[in-house]
Ligand binder design. Structure first.
Ligand code: PLP
Length: 369
């Protein structure tokens, strides 16, 4: 019996990467994105599994993440994708990471750091093809920035890249617009600097459109077996890597009218049984699931009733139950023939599967197998 436990299936991560590699074909490298502690799955172990499955590069968002991953995998090319302060830049470079350059001022800072460390820094120049975050939206400015990097002996232009805003929306024509804009910029860059890698695709883009693959794809969510389109991961041959487990700490009789939890938001409509599970929003079981979620016990779904507390949730077992204290409960994952996917939990919360797994808090131990 474990209070709260996230099991991480590293074999699933390996197979998901192999699946992505097949989708990508020969000329495209798979870069496994392990930011935010591997979307809550644990960055180090997931990076190892992803590399075993065919990823040849890794990416993170922050300087601290680069420091962790770069030291652990010194032989694997690493890209830090986010904007970096001077201190973060130092951390990322000390870890051997390649970095994003999105404006002239930052190029100068990276150049100075390259001089200080006595070896050129590999940079990926970002083009804002429509995401509206980092990078210039003007192709001429992007080309000028790339030329400035190429002429700088402290820098080496490793990549030109962009990010899609609507890759997960199957009918979006904006995706096609971004793709066309980027393809033009990438072609112009390669005409001058043939060795530069172009990359644009996230997980959704990989499945959606082969033309988005270019030289490398930056995949996160699919690596973890989560569906980029918020549907069923199995339809794309993906296997969810995380499951979330607890146990029934108490089984109690409730008479009609009795209430459970803060604010008495739920009352028994008839005589019934409740199970108490010793985990809550302090573990990342979001309060928005109050009277709005389900839990697997004994291979069957049971409704989460009452308000989710920081350290407890209550589950209605029904007027007749054979559930005993000590039985396993599954909040995400499978039990018997039943399963609750992160996508289902996300839909109940009005969010996406990414936020569900990232939100499983540091209080929950991860058991990797
Ligand atoms: C997080 C991130 C990715 C990975 O996206 P997924 O949808 O998880 O595959 C790719 N590129 C950038 C710039 C990111 O920030």
């Amino acid at each position: 019996m474990t209070r709260a436990l996230a099991r991480i299936d590293l074999g699933a991560i390996e197979r998901n990467c192999a699946r992505l590699k097949v989708e990508l074909g020969e000329g495209t490298e798979l870069c496994a994105v392990v930011k935010a502690d591997g979307y809550g799955h644990g960055a180090d172990a997931c990076a190892s599994a992803a590399l075993a499955g065919g990823a040849s590069r890794l990416a993170v968002a922050t300087g601290a993440e680069a420091a962790q991953i770069g030291r652990r995998f010194p032989q694997v090319p690493l890209l830090t994708m986010g904007a970096l302060s001077a201190d973060d830049l130092e951390d990322a470079l000390a870890a051997g990471s390649e970095v994003a350059v999105w404006r002239e001022g930052f190029r100068e800072l990276v150049s100075a750091r390259g001089r200080a460390q006595g070896r050129p820094v590999r940079v990926h120049v970002k083009y804002d093809s429509g995401m509206g975050r980092l990078g210039s939206a003007d192709p001429a400015e992007v080309l000028a920035l790339i030329r400035a990097c190429a002429e700088d002996p402290q820098l080496e232009v490793a990549g030109v890249w962009t990010h899609f805003a609507t890759a997960d929306e199957p009918d979006s024509s904006f995706f096609d617009q971004q793709l066309e804009r980027f393809a033009e910029v990438a072609a112009a860059v390669k005409a001058e600097l043939p060795g530069v890698a172009a990359h644009a695709a996230n997980s959704a883009a990989v499945f959606r459109d082969r033309r988005s693959h270019f030289d490398m794809a930056r995949c996160g969510v699919a690596v973890y077996g989560l569906d980029p389109f918020q549907g069923d991961p199995a339809e794309r041959g993906l296997v969810p890597a995380m499951s979330l487990h607890s146990y029934v700490a108490d089984v109690k009789r409730f008479a009609a009218g009795d209430s459970a939890g803060y604010g008495r938001t739920w009352r028994a409509s008839e005589d019934t049984w409740l199970g108490v599970l010793p985990l809550g929003y302090g573990d990342g079981v979001r309060r928005g699931l109050s009277n709005n979620g389900e839990v697997l016990i004994g291979g069957r779904r049971h409704p989460l009733v009452g308000t989710v507390s920081m350290d407890n949730v209550t589950v209605e077992l029904g007027p007749e139950t054979d559930v005993e204290p000590g039985e396993e409960a599954v909040l995400i994952g499978s039990q018997g023939g039943a399963s609750i996917r992160a996508e289902e939990v996300a839909a109940r919360l009005g969010t996406i599967n990414y936020e569900v797994t990232c939100g499983i808090s540091a209080r929950v131990p991860r058991a990797r197998a």
